[in-house]
Design a protein around this ligand. Sequence first.
Ligand code: GLC
Length: 601
Amino acid sequence: MQNIPFRLGWLVLPLVLLQLFFSEPQTSTLSVRVTRPTSVLHKNSSLSRADSTTKTWYKNSVIYTLDVEVFYDSDGDGIGDFRGLTQKLDYLKSLDIDAIWLAPFQPTPNKDDGYDISDFYGIDKRFGTFNDFSEFISEAKKRDIRILMDLVINHTSDEYSWFKASRKSKDSPYRDWYVWKSKQPANQNKGMVFPGVQKEIWTLDSLTNEYYLHRFYDFEPDLNAQNPEVVAEIEKIIKYWLKKGVAGFRLDAVPFYIEVPQTKGENFEHEYDKLVQMRNWVKEVRPDGVILGEANIEPKENMNYFGDKGQAMNMMFNFYVNQHLFYALASGEIKSLTKALEATKDIPQPVQWAQFLRNHDEVDLARLSNNQREKVYKEFGPDKNMQLYDRGIRRRIAPMLHNQKRLALAYSLLFSLPSTPVIRYGEEIGMGDDLTLKERESVRTPMQWINAPNAGFSTASKTVRPVISQGEYGYSHVNVKSQEKDPSSMLNWVRQLIHLRKSNPHIGQGDWKILASGSPNVLVMQYEWNGSGLVLIHNLDEETQKVELKAKDAGGDMLFDLISKKKNEANEKGLYQLTMPGYGYAWYRIGNESVLPNKQD
Ligand code: GLC
């Protein structure tokens, strides 16, 4: 469990805080309360349906990511499965998400939580059968939910039959499916992705006495993407799964897949054309199929990955903004976040950023300055045990922020950024982490459904990973069922945000700029879409801030508060003078509008 002493106070205090926060208006001017019943929230969601038929459906969508293994166990063996996931589709539909990104579910020795795949064409037996998978796909389709799957083709497990054959002899037909060197490479211990845990990137194999490349763990040998046979096999894998009904892929470890292996230095050359090639394979089977890339790159590299006309990856996670967002949350200052947003602004029209708060890995802070990183560590991961790989934090967002107001603000910010929001299972209820588990497993505990043994995840006596049962994030305090019933819960706040995001296509499809707020702590974003304007305000500081906005910059002299439904007029000098409470936020439409123009992008 968390590294906080377990005392009764810890059980009661957060509940009191939660109660206080959600029962009091946020501010006089910008009243933000989580009070609307769920039924009202979904009235407008036909907007997203209209969009969902286009090739750029992902621009006005919300993605939910989960790992079948820890979502819901239908047969009581302690491991989540496809049948269990299918049973929970109505819950996911009730959130009004548009797509699910599934963590790897293929057969695996499971030494890297399934990212070590031993058969690209199968389903891990622990999760059920192919029929269960197909049933899941068809039930999701009935509910208008697209399925994206992880595509892990940079490497395989060392137990994959291809690698076993490759290691056997230098003459094996599979030898060149992996990358072998007879001499010890000069960069043997440079450029490890998991420093501190992983010692080298080239490991000497005892069978043929040669070195094989592995950018990740030594049990994950890199496939040789320079070999046309391997590339042809990857095409086959992609088309195979698209034909099974998936709508696209979260492409794992993109920079490593497209790099040309070298024996010197850390930064290898990249072959960006491989991404266009892959996108074309997807389009051949499914014109609306997407590739969502995992590429933690510098902004100057963005166009290489998207393609100058958007012909490579459709979407990429914006890791750059993510790290600066954490700095902004830790420092209360918006300057570096503003810069990161501007630095990643210019992308081709058809593509889209995917924004997230947390994913299944550590919060990677490597692109911050040392001082900035130290600040984030100090605020959100002060103990060594909370940090990982000399660059990040292995915690969930709720315990990191450890303040319901700040958490609600962070979620609002996530949904307001120019991107497609990606939420991770359990985030919608504010789940915690388990720092007794190793490496990134701390943030991969089973979903908390109800206040009952194993949080209702499984009836087994032992679960695949321990369920969080103690302390303020234990399932008796944090679970779906109790939050369903409480209109002011985090779950219902996330539902409201999903509704706000999807009924304002300005955010995914419009133009945006950052307006001067007069405060170093308050981010004001202005969006324009089809003649309609939106102004979103977030105060990252714990103190109340005064904000002054020019009506002409905002785009009109009337602001309509989409949460409180109140109107706010500019004064005679053409200014909005607003008071933002600590961690306060507001979503405004310009003018008198609660209804949108009809035209779609
Ligand atoms: C990606 C995944 C991570 C995995 C690694 C190796 O970075 O996000 O979880 O360990 O690739 O596949």
